[in-house]
Design a protein around this ligand. Structure first.
Ligand code: GLU
Length: 494
C-alpha cells in the first residue's frame, strides 16, 4: 500500500495571509484534493513576540474567503493535533529524547561570547565554517552531569561524521545537492528550551505523517538541515517541492513596496475570491499552458506538481484586474446585485430593505455597472449619483464641460425636451437627446457630455440614456435646472 498523501500549510501568524502564502496554501490544498489526501493547517506560532491571535484569525478568514477548506487544524481538529506549535512543547522534548538516545543530539555549553570569538577567528582565517563542535567532544556522562547541574546549554544536532552531502529530488526543481560541511551542528533547542524552526517543523512534519512538503523556495536552504533532522529522528524523509518566488513587476521579490499583498486587502479592493484563486493558481502552475480560466473544481481535478514551473512568477496586476472583470461579468445580474448591495449599504447609499424593495431597479442597474468595471470598489463612485439628493459636480468636469461654450443653452434645451416626452424611458430619452445637436448646431458629444456632467456629476458614468431613466424624470430635470443655473452664475458678467 502506498503512503497516504498528507500535506500541510504552516503559516507563521506574524502577519495576515499574503499572496505568496495564499498560493502555497492553494497548491497544497489542490494537491491534497487531487490525490484524495489530507490537507493539514498548522500554525507555526513559535515567535511569541510577532505571533498574534488576530493574525491567526485573519489567516483562517483569508483561506476560507478563497474557498480553501482544511481537514485537520484549527477549528477542524484531527488525530495529529494540537496544530499550534506553541501547544506542542512536550512533543519537541520527547523527540529530543529520542535523538539524544540515538546519539544524534548533544548539549552545547558555549556561551554567545565564546561563539563570537570562535567565529571571528575563523573569519580571519578565511571563512566561517559553522560551529567547531567543541562540545560534541565532551563525553556524554560529563555533559549529562553539567546539564543536570543546571548549566545553561542549547541542544545541537550531531551531523554524522563523514557525511559529505545532503541530496534530495525536489518535485519541482529536480535533483538538489548541498555539501554537508556547510551544515554545521545547528541548534535544535535554545537555552530557554524553545525549539528552533528547523527542529520544530521536522518533528511536526514527521509526527503528522506529512508526505509532501510544498512551500516557498525561500526555505530551500533549510531543507538539507531538515533532512538531517528527519534522519536523526529515524523518520522517512517526505517529498519536497519548493515553489518559485513571486516577483513584483519590477522583478524584485514581492513585498509591501508593491502595494497590497494581503489577501484581505485584495478582498477590500473589490477582487472576487474566484478571481484571486484563479490568478494565484496560475502564478507558477498551468493546466496546459493555454487555459486562463481555472476554477476550484478544475484545480481539484487537474492539479499536479509536475506542472509547477521552477521559474519565478511575476505578479501582473493588470492581468488580475482583467480576470476579475471576467468573473464580475460571470456573476450574472442576480449575482452582481448580491455583491453590489452590501457595498451600497456600507457606503450609506441605501439600506437592505430599500434595496430589496427596488429590486427590479437594481436588476436594471446591475449590467450597466458590471460591464464597465474590473473591481467591485469601482461600483460606489460610479453609481453614487443615483442615490444622493444633492449632487456635487466634479470641479474638473464642470470647468471642462459646463463652463465651455453654450452649456447653459444646451442644458435648458435638453430639459425642455425631456420634460415633454411621455414616458421617461431609455428609448424616448435617447430619441429626444439625439435630436438636439442638429437643432442647436453643436456636436452630439457637446450635448451628451453636458447632460452627463449635469446629471451624474462626472464625465465617466454608466451609459447616459439608461442613467437618466434610472435617475427618474424629476431628479434629472432638477439637476439640469441646477446645472444650467450654476453655469449661468459661473459665467463672466458683462
Ligand atoms: N512557518 C513557515 C513560514 O511561514 C513555514 C515553513 C514551512 O512550510 O516549512 O514560512
Amino acid at each position: 500500500m502506498s503512503t497516504p498523501v498528507r500535506v500541510r500549510f504552516a503559516p507563521s501568524p506574524t502577519g495576515h495571509l499574503h499572496i505568496g502564502g495564499a498560493r502555497t496554501a492553494i497548491y497544497n490544498w489542490a494537491l491534497a484534493r487531487h490525490l484524495g489526501g489530507t490537507f493539514v493547517l498548522r500554525i507555526d506560532d513559535t515567535d511569541p513576540e510577532r505571533s498574534t491571535d488576530e493574525n491567526v484569525l485573519a489567516i483562517l478568514r483569508g483561506l476560507r474567503w478563497l474557498g480553501l477548506d482544511w481537514d485537520e487544524g484549527p477549528e477542524a481538529d484531527g488525530a495529529f493535533g494540537p496544530y499550534f506549535q506553541t501547544q506542542r512543547a512536550d512533543t519537541y522534548l520527547a523527540a529530543l529524547k529520542t535523538m539524544k538516545a540515538a546519539g544524534r543530539a548533544y548539549p552545547c555549553f558555549c556561551t554567545t561570547e565564546q561563539l563570537e570569538v570562535k567565529r571571528d577567528a575563523m573569519r580571519a582565517k578565511g571563512g566561517y565554517a559553522g560551529y567547531d563542535r567543541t562540545c560534541r567532544a565532551i563525553d556524554p556522562a560529563t555533559a549529562a552531569a553539567r546539564v543536570a547541574a543546571g548549566e545553561p546549554h542549547v541542544w545541537r544536532l550531531s551531523v554524522p561524521e563523514g557525511r559529505t552531502e545532503v541530496a534530495f529530488d525536489d518535485a519541482i526543481r529536480g535533483h538538489m545537492s548541498f555539501p554537508a560541511d556547510a551544515l554545521d551542528d545547528f541548534v535544535l533547542v535554545r537555552t530557554d528550551g524553545t525549539p528552533t524552526y528547523n527542529y520544530a517543523t521536522v518533528v511536526d512534519d514527521a509526527l503528522m505523517e506529512i508526505s509532501h512538503v510544498v512551500r516557498g523556495d525561500d526555505h530551500l536552504s533549510n531543507t538539507p538541515r531538515q533532512i538531517l533532522v528527519f534522519e536523526a529522528l529515524g523518520h522517512e524523509v517526505p517529498i519536497f517541492a519548493h515553489l518559485p518566488m513571486i516577483l513584483g513587476a519590477d522583478g524584485k521579490r514581492l513585498s509591501k513596496r508593491h502595494g497590497a499583498t494581503s489577501v484581505e486587502a485584495y478582498r477590500d479592493e473589490g477582487y472576487l475570491p474566484e478571481a484571486v484563486l484563479n490568478y494565484l493558481a496560475l502564478l507558477g502552475w498551468s493546466l496546459d499552458g493555454e487555459t486562463t480560466m481555472i476554477t476550484r473544481d478544475m484545480l481539484r481535478e487537474s492539479f499536479s506538481l509536475d506542472r509547477v514551473s521552477s521559474n519565478p512568477a511575476i505578479l501582473d496586476t493588470d492581468k488580475l484586474d482583467w480576470m476579475n472583470g471576467v468573473y464580475i461579468r460571470e456573476l450574472g445580474v442576480d449575482g452582481f446585485v448580491e455583491r453590489m448591495t452590501p457595498l451600497l449599504v456600507e457606503a450609506g447609499l441605501t439600506t437592505v430593505e430599500e434595496a430589496a424593495a427596488k429590486r427590479a431597479w437594481m436588476l436594471k442597474l446591475a449590467p450597466l455597472v458590471s460591464e464597465r468595471i474590473k473591481r467591485l470598489d469601482e461600483i460606489v463612485p460610479m453609481v453614487r449619483f443615483l442615490f444622493v439628493e444633492d449632487l456635487e459636480i466634479d470641479p474638473t468636469a464642470f470647468a471642462k464641460v459646463l463652463k465651455a461654450g453654450n452649456a447653459a443653452e444646451v442644458l435648458t434645451a435638453a430639459r425642455g425636451l425631456l420634460a415633454a416626452i411621455p414616458a421617461f424611458e431609455t428609448t424616448p430619452i435617447e430619441e429626444a437627446l439625439r435630436a438636439l445637436p442638429e437643432q442647436l448646431g453643436v456636436k452630439a458629444k457637446v450635448v451628451f457630455q453636458a447632460v452627463r456632467v449635469a446629471v451624474t456629476g462626472t464625465t465617466v458614468s454608466p451609459p447616459l440614456f439608461e442613467s437618466l431613466e434610472l435617475l427618474g424624470r424629476e431628479k434629472s430635470l432638477a439637476r439640469l435646472d441646477a446645472a444650467a443655473a450654476g453655469v449661468d452664475e459661473a459665467a463672466p458678467r458683462p
